[in-house]
Design a protein around this ligand. Structure first.
Ligand code: ADP
Length: 469
């Protein structure tokens, strides 16, 4: 088996969210059993020296849409995986991955068409047996691979159905898409081109990143307009729960946190909390520390968080919010931070701070409206931070309410309805547990020992590859 694993972002080279985490961890976890090569764009901001990224001395010459694109290949090796980087100025020479916060670059169709044509050229040239495509940025490679007559097996993973890669019909020509694909059963979507549809239609298997999400997206509420289309392809749709890189997210060794700890030796967590409260000039150590980390978009339940915040912040809690995204959310959070002394807001993307937060916090808030999988809650539990989540998608699959004596990995606080009263009820349950120190310690320990590692996820993908061979 020779697998080409394509993603628009891979940690640590470039990351905007969970896709990068998985695109890093999964190939590494599969590397012992299959030859996996990862491929991504060599964005301008990637530090080539730091990662030892060198030119391969190979170019791909792509011709489509009446133009020629020369793509230069680079590579580096780590964790048993070779990562190939594709460089073309149009694709790579930007300040952001997809556009400034809350926006997309106007030529993202052409940028990622270059990526997709290059993926297919690589698959053809180096005879990969499997092509694993991730999200819309790579989806076009599926129909293009069939156009090129490749017999490579194609697996397409939907990390987030909300982003489908929808462009005006006119973009077909410049992206080098054969007009015959512009039909309802493939890329056509209400008169526009929808790349994700192309990926789904042309893949041999389609996965989502949690079992619940695989079911939810076949229903109108979560289907983002593709539920009917997905029902047609239901036979090849399967949910495989994501996992986390437990070496990378390890409170016993994480270089980003001020004190280390394990489930057995938890004292360091207290020092992490003290240090973080000091860093943010917050006092009241004895109050539970809640955190929110994530993109400021509707998906993450920012509106619910903002609506609930005044009541939440009147309680004996500290809340620290880290993220970036839509301006309206930033402004609303800034206003709240001006009013409540127990709220701190950090706008931006800060990997090291996120680690200090996971390590220091008592509770993670994750009121997502929908959540394909969600990694934050798994990372939080690994650091002994209990999640408070909306029961949806991967959150439903990974966080179970603390009820009765049954313990299923992991444990946390779960609310069903997207209403402030429901969120507050879950918060109050968390506050009440905070007062019961011994039980809190037991639950914390249980969550830290839950196995959310990427290993079982990798085994399932390998089995799926084999079933396609
Ligand atoms: P998404 O929908 O954004 O992919 P996930 O829960 O799957 O959500 O993954 C989010 C990942 O990105 C986690 O590793 C989380 O810690 C990280 N993350 C999100 N926002 C930030 C931020 N502002 N700073 C640092 N890390 C962040």
């Amino acid at each position: 088996m020779r697998v080409l694993f394509a993603a628009a972002e891979i940690f640590p080279f470039a990351k905007s969210g969970g896709l990068a985490d998985i695109a890093h961890a999964l190939p590494v976890a599969m590397a012992e059993e299959a030859a996996v090569t990862a491929v991504m764009p060599l964005y301008r901001f990637i530090e080539r020296e730091r990662f030892g990224i060198r030119p391969v001395g190979e170019r791909l010459s792509l011709s489509f849409g009446g133009a020629r694109y020369d793509v230069e290949l680079f590579s580096c090796r780590s964790g048993g995986v070779e990562t190939l980087f594709l460089h073309h100025p149009l694709l790579c020479d930007r300040d952001h991955l997809y556009g400034p916060p809350g926006e997309g670059y106007a030529d993202n169709d052409l940028r990622f068409a270059i990526f997709c044509h290059a993926i297919v050229a690589l698959a053809e040239k180096h005879r990969f047996t499997h092509l694993h495509l991730n999200d819309w940025h790579t989806a076009l490679a599926a129909p293009l691979a069939h156009d090129a007559g490749l017999r490579t097996k194609i697996l397409f993973t939907i990390h987030n159905l909300a982003y489908q890669g929808i462009f005006p019909k006119a973009s077909i020509t410049r992206c080098g898409i054969a007009p015959r694909h512009f039909r309802m059963e493939e890329l056509e979507f209400f008169g526009q081109v929808n790349w994700m549809k192309g990926g789904i239609a042309h893949a041999d298997a389609v996965t989502t990143v949690s079992p619940s999400y695989a079911v939810e997206i076949t229903e109108p509420e979560y289907g983002c307009g593709l539920d009917g289309f997905l029902r047609v392809h239901r036979q090849k749709l399967v949910g495989i729960l994501n996992g986390i890189d437990t070496d990378l997210f390890d409170p016993a060794e994480d270089p980003a946190i001020p004190a280390h700890f394990t489930a057995d030796r938890i004292e360091g967590k207290r020092r992490c909390k003290e240090a973080l409260l000091k860093e943010f000039d917050m006092d009241e150590y004895e109050h539970p520390l809640f955190i929110f980390i994530g993109r400021f978009v509707e998906q993450k339940g920012l509106d619910l968080l903002i609506e609930t915040a005044p009541k939440l912040l009147e309680r004996p809690v500290n809340l620290l919010v880290l993220g970036d995204g839509e301006a309206a959310y930033v402004e609303a959070l800034e206003r709240l931070a001006g009013r409540y002394a127990n709220l701190r807001l950090r706008v931006g993307y800060d990997e090291a701070l996120s680690r200090r937060m996971y390590a220091a916090a008592d509770y993670l808030l994750m009121p997502s409206r929908f959540e394909p999988c969600g990694l934050n809650q798994m990372i939080a539990m690994r650091y002994g931070t209990l999640p408070v989540v909306h029961a949806v998608g991967g959150l439903r699959d990974t966080v179970h309410p603390l009820k009765g004596g049954v313990k299923i990995c992991g444990l946390g606080f779960v609310f069903e309805e997207m209403r402030p009263s429901a969120l507050l009820k879950a918060v109050d349950a968390a506050l009440s547990l905070y007062g019961r120190e011994r039980t809190l310690a037991e639950v914390r320990r249980f969550d830290m020992e839950c196995d959310f590692s990427i290993a079982s996820c990798a085994r399932r993908y390998l089995a799926l590859y084999r079933s396609l061979s």
